[in-house]
Design a protein around this ligand. Structure first.
Ligand SMILES: Cc1cc2nc3c(=O)[nH]c(=O)nc-3n(C[C@H](O)[C@H](O)[C@H](O)COP(=O)(O)OP(=O)(O)OC[C@H]3O[C@@H](n4cnc5c(N)ncnc54)[C@H](O)[C@@H]3O)c2cc1C
Length: 489
């Protein structure tokens, strides 16, 4: 840390300027991208107030004890697509993408296994994949072609299940069971991607609004956080105040404030900041839980409704370090094709692990599992020993006829639901909401003089790339441009 870098505990703060053109709340990628653009354009009369002791928010890269040669991500994992992806551009121009497979064999195979330890017939996996791909693309067409959905309030899960059942009718009962299990496995992956508990929660009419960028998905071996640190390079250190929890944002205060700025931002440490414009980048989860007490006067009702309509899902990761290689040399991912036929009747304590659709080798001796929804929330309540034991039992079952597994050394996991400053992982558009709600999230709030005083950025404000890091970054740049226009730059 630089000498005198403000961190909220520094007594020098009491003498610091607290009146700014722009105050930015949060220091995730949307905020850092916005501040980067403002500073590049010469607007550095700004301050970023961040509740925690680090920048990056839901981009959080950690070291494991294992010498893997690269970082492991608790949050954002992949650059999703390369064409037009601003994160890919930064990663390439800063040479962050070499060494994609450091720390593991160049295995390319996925191993589809059943709980019995038997592999799933490859032909069935391929068939189901093909049908699933077609059905998902049909789902997207409802939005893209503006076709009415078969039922009012139809969901992606309900549509795909109905159409899938039609297509498997001709198979014998046991093969139908296996095909359903393969579809269930695909659903687990899709729930993680979408940040949903179930695909029955996702609005069929809106799912096509999310735009996939073309190209492969890259991890960033030096850590996704490197992108945030590159973006922060031209933001003066004094503009970032860590350990500043914003408790209240009073807006529309023209003429009332001695500082003659329309917005007053109060922090839990008693400090007040005054601004012409306040850019709010805190997560949708935080806005849902604390929005009512955060803003004075309350936000306009359409903004509050949009905050409540859009859903904030939970997605978590479990990282398991073993004392030896786990998967066979040519395999990089164990695909867990669970039998989930009676899952509703099982106890959460038994079934939560069945929400993990795969364990991927991020190093030869390190596996990462992802899970979403209620089970991901339940996992946060368990001890590391309980989480580790359940995962090891599951992996041992899937590999029981293949190879013994080494000893588990360490469990690391994320806590995105209980993290008090995210309160969830990322958003999705649930049944009953529309992409219009995301547009509303992104709209500025104007004061009585018709000037935009509260601006909103963050993943839940991007109408086509919501939930992603690049959507978040672009939303920050969008709002920076709005500020520059407002300031006449
Ligand atoms: C498990 C997981 C996996 C993901 N995988 C991918 C992926 O592979 N690819 C991808 O593109 N995206 C992925 N994402 C999504 C991506 O990480 C997010 O969309 C993006 O990082 C969000 O950035 P943001 O700036 O919108 O919000 P945040 O990163 O949440 O930043 C908001 C900041 O506000 C701060 N804050 C909150 N409340 C207050 C307060 N009261 N006062 C002051 N500060 C406050 C928070 O501490 C935080 O630092 C993933 C996310 C998760 C959780």
């Amino acid at each position: 840390m630089m000498a005198g870098l403000p961190n909220g505990n520094d007594s020098d703060h009491n003498n610091m300027n607290r009146s700014f053109k722009v105050v930015i709340i949060g220091a995730g990628i949307s905020a850092i991208a916005a501040a980067n653009m403002l500073c590049s354009e010469g607007v550095d009369d700004i301050v970023i107030l961040e509740a925690t002791d680090r920048i990056g928010g839901r981009i959080w890269s950690i070291d494991l004890e294992t010498d893997m040669g690269h970082k492991v991500e608790l949050g954002a994992n992949w650059i999703h697509g390369i064409e037009l992806n601003p994160i890919y551009k930064i990663a390439v121009s800063n040479n962050l993408l070499s060494n994609q497979y450091a720390g593991r064999h160049l295995g390319k195979k996925m191993m589809f296994m059943q709980e019995t330890g038997d592999p799933v017939n490859g032909r069935i996996v391929q068939d189901v994949d093909l049908v699933y791909g077609m059905l998902m693309s049909e789902c997207e067409d409802f939005y893209k072609q503006q076709i009415p959905t078969p039922y009012e309030d139809d969901s992606v899960g309900a549509y795909v299940e109905r159409e899938f059942e039609e297509r498997i009718r001709r198979y014998p009962a046991e093969e139908r069971r296996l095909r359903r299990a393969c579809l269930g496995h695909r659903f687990l992956g899709e729930c993680v991607i979408s940040g949903a508990n179930s695909l029955n929660d996702i609005a069929l009419s809106e799912v096509g609004s999310f735009e996939e960028l073309p190209g492969v998905h890259y991890v960033i071996p030096p850590g996704f956080e490197s992108v945030v640190h590159i973006l922060r390079q031209n933001i003066p250190a004094s503009c970032i105040r860590l350990n500043h929890i914003v408790n209240r944002i009073s807006w529309n205060k023209h003429g009332e404030s001695s500082q003659d700025r329309p917005v007053c931002i109060e922090c839990s440490n008693g400090q007040k900041f005054f601004a012409d414009i306040c850019l709010v980048t805190i997560s949708l989860g935080y806005l849902k839980q604390h929005g009512d007490r955060l803003f004075t006067p309350p936000l306009p009702s359409n903004k509050n409704e949009a905050i409540q309509h859009i859903a904030m899902g939970t997605v978590n990761k479990i990282i398991l370090e073993f004392d030896g290689q786990i998967l066979p040399d040519d395999v990089f991912r164990l695909e867990c094709v669970w039998n989930r036929e009676n899952i509703e009747n099982e106890d959460m304590a038994d079934k939560w692990v069945k929400k993990i659709g795969s364990f991927e080798a991020v190093a030869d001796n390190v596996l990462m599992g992802w899970l979403s929804g209620h089970e991901a929330e339940y996992m946060e309540t368990l001890t590391e020993e309980e989480v580790g034991a359940k995962c090891v039992a599951a992996i041992s079952g899937f590999l029981s006829k293949t190879r013994p597994i080494p000893n588990l050394k360490k469990v690391t996991r994320s806590f995105w639901r209980t993290n008090p400053y995210t309160l969830g992982a990322y958003c999705h558009i649930p049944v009953g909401a529309t992409v219009e709600d995301i547009h509303t999230m992104a709209e500025p709030v104007y004061d009585s003089t018709h000037k935009p005083v509260l601006l909103f950025a963050g993943e839940a404000t991007h109408p086509t790339f919501y939930s992603s890091a690049h959507g978040s970054m672009l939303s920050g740049q969008r709002e920076a441009r709005r500020i520059l226009d407002q300031l006449g730059h």
